[in-house]
Write a protein that binds this ligand. Structure first.
Ligand code: NAD
Ligand code: TDX
Length: 317
């Protein structure tokens, strides 16, 4: 099997490439990545020679067309992924997330290549802070930010291309990922960096907003379950049933890093800040036999802290 991984030099994509090469030696991997501020070849260190890297933009139709024509399956991670950036400068989100997805699905229809679209639970909007409601595949779309609305738009393009043009696509909507190689702009790496340099971690608002955390390897194992056993046209929700307030996450980090639990700055809130995300992944688990297995959040977070502290001492390339 030959796969084209877009965004394979970013956080989740690079973990996907690493895990694929470790667990599926028969799969040949081509990575297409524009190496924006969020992507780095250092995320793929140690894998040189085991995959093919193409530096390029998913908006480049000729390049996309020629790469798609060489593979059996596209796994589409490439995106502008940070909500705060989307609030300051939305245009790159429209370009990459919507128009970039358009280029890929056009090429997949033309060459009859399978397409897996990586998306987010943020397309559903948010849930009230208190309550037990969770997102399912039937939850109506109601995105709040330029980022989440551009991801919602891309999901809808994929669905329309399945129905109108016979695109052989699957979609997954996953909750917040954590683990190695995440960009320092995101909550967990940013807080680790601040605490490590003796500064207080900065929580938006009162820190009560809730995210549903999944280890990146559990997400990527879910993606492989979909690639191997998913049904064309279906949407699969991926999550690990692990809701925590941002304050709780930061307090765990402070404990791990030996600082008092009140060593925190509360700063101005994110505009339109989604209150709570929660994924009900039971339908995916029942259909595909996939289950998140990296369960102990505190232990996984301690490993993640250790990984980032190690990386802080490494030269960047
Ligand atoms: P990231 O920002 O770490 O990586 C994105 C990668 O895409 C980078 O390597 C970047 O260089 C590349 N890229 C950006 N624009 C490009 C373009 N126009 N052409 C080619 N490459 C381009 O993102 P991430 O956190 O790894 O997220 C990957 C995917 O997973 C995204 O689609 C995101 O919406 C989705 N997702 C993320 C999370 C999360 O918690 N991080 C959760 C659910 C879904
Ligand atoms: O400095 C911070 N302080 C803070 O309180 C940062 C960077 C974040 N936060 C809060 C905002 C969110 O409630 O922490 C929470 C997590 O923030 P992010 O790491 O920016 O992630 P989020 O906005 O939840 O979106 C993430 O999960 C879904 C990814 O960035 C998306 O790509 C994914 O789709």
């Amino acid at each position: 099997m030959r796969i084209l991984v877009t965004g394979g030099a970013g956080f989740i994509g690079s973990n996907f490439v690493r895990r694929t090469l470790e667990t599926r030696p028969d799969v040949s991997v081509v990575v297409l990545d524009a190496l924006t501020y969020a992507g780095s070849l250092s995320n793929l260190s140690g894998l040189l020679g085991k995959y093919e890297f193409v530096e390029g933009n998913i908006l480049n139709s000729a390049l996309v067309d020629s790469l798609v024509s060489r593979v059996d399956q596209v796994v589409h991670f490439a995106a502008e992924s940070h909500n705060d950036n989307s609030l300051k400068s939305p245009k790159p989100f429209i370009d990459t997330n919507i128009l970039g997805t358009y280029e890929l699905i056009q090429a997949c229809v033309k060459h009859d290549v399978k397409f897996h679209h990586i998306s987010t639970d943020e397309v559903f909007g948010d849930l009230p802070l208190s309550g037990s409601e969770k997102f399912t595949a039937e939850t109506p779309y109601n995105p709040s930010s330029p980022y989440s609305s551009s991801k919602a738009a891309s999901d809808l393009l994929v669905r329309a291309w399945v129905r109108s043009f016979g695109l052989k696509a699957t979609i997954s909507n996953c909750s917040n990922n954590f683990g190695p190689y995440q960009h320092e702009e995101k909550l967990i790496p940013r807080m680790i960096g601040l605490i490590a340099s003796g500064k207080k971690p900065e929580l938006y608002g009162n820190g009560a907003n809730v995210r549903d955390w999944i280890h990146v390897d559990d997400h990527n194992d879910g993606v492989w379950a979909i690639l191997e056993r998913g049904v064309v046209g279906r949407t699969y929700l991926l999550g690990a049933d692990n809701q925590r307030s941002n304050l709780e996450v930061v307090q765990v980090l402070l404990r791990i890093m030996g600082k008092p639990e009140d060593f925190i700055s509360f700063i101005e809130d994110r505009p339109g800040h989604d209150l709570r995300y929660a994924i009900d992944a039971s339908a995916t688990e029942a259909e595909l036999g996939w289950k998140p297995v990296r369960g102990n959040f505190e232990e996984r977070l301690a490993e993640t802290v250790e990984w980032y502290l190690g990386r802080l001492n490494l030269p960047k390339d």
